[in-house]
Design a protein around this ligand. Sequence first.
Ligand SMILES: [Fe+2]
Length: 450
Amino acid sequence: MNARKRILEDLPREHGFEPLHVEGALPPGLRGTLYRNGPALTGRFGRRYTHIFEGDGAVSAVRLGDGAAQGAVRLVRTAGFNEETEAGRLLYGFGAPWPTRMRRAWADREKNTANTSVLWWNDGLYALMEACRPVAVDPDTLDTRGERDLDGVIERSFSAHPHRVASLDTVFNIGLRYGREPGVVLYAWPRGGACRRLGFVPLPRNTMLHDFIVTARHLVLFVNPVTVNLWRAIAGIGPFEKLLQWRPELGTEVIVVPLDDPERPARFTVEPFFQWHFANAFEDGDAVVVDYCRYPDFDSIGAIDALDASDIAMPVYHRARVRPASQGFESTPLGLSCDFPRIDPAQEGQRHDAAVVLGHAEGRDTLARLAPDDGAVDQLALGADAVASEPIFVPEPGGAGWVLCLEYDGARHQSALAVYAADRLPEGALARCWFDHHVPLTFHGAWVEA
Ligand SMILES: [Fe+2]
């Protein structure tokens, strides 16, 4: 087996914060905790899930300060997970026997896998998965506190990609509504305030919408031509990825929602493409500039599961100029093959000077910093056995900042948090903080300043 693929093995043990072995020197000014989330089990009770997206989430954390590091990791024990634990067998998802999962599907019950991302907001830590509600997690023990609807505001789903607009100090998010009247519920959650429903955008079909982006004036959706086969979902017919169908003839619908008039979006259809993730967006005259990682098709759904991107068209960092008044859409590739873009949180919703990304070059994972205005790229290729995760940019008062990346080393079968100087990525890590075990693949994370 390819050594890299062992990152997909089950989490070997759970633990609270314990010292990690530090190689190199951690920057003294770097104080805080990086939380991350990802599917940590490939199955339970002798049965296997049919796709990595079905895996039960585990939140991992690395706390840095005073030159030392502590690490923790725990499964997110949602109601569905606990129900399966008590039953001693799988009850949900395509790993469960057909009659079992059918009974729950007909009763409109599902398991929240809470396996995709974390949100730290208004002094709360939440594990997120796009089809379900947020799950509160204790930031110090990583114990699961339970699902939250934020005082009855969250309908059924709260995407794993909330975006904060720095100038508004507000987190925005979307939640998909499936069924006969599909659409997207929009949420706004200001600092220190309550989450509220901002609006609803009807959609012509049941689809998947993993991410969106927002500026101080507009919320932008790129609705790709992926349809959800609800009949298969209701009938409980797997495997997971067959629920989703690539229909390029439908094109991608661009929807620009004015934040001050959310019921009157501009919407028009452009060429088919797919994106998992947006980097940022900002206003520029009559245009909304949108940076995102663009795929020509939806083949990545299988590549994620196999951790093998060798047969798919790779994503490219794009900058689109969207003109809602004239239905203009021009998207320009900026050359870098990458996904999982992150920017300086202080620049979210306004022009950003750089994005840090997880790149690919010659069969290896790379970490890269891209300056979109001039296309300059700093890039570092990791070892052949290494699996990188989404890099996180951490600002440094008076400095260039750091890039944090939870990396897996297939030769050691262990994971480490690597710390890089953001302006000197190609020089390699300043420090690596090693877990004594591997942390299964994580998708997204959040840095919480001490
Ligand atoms: Fe994502």
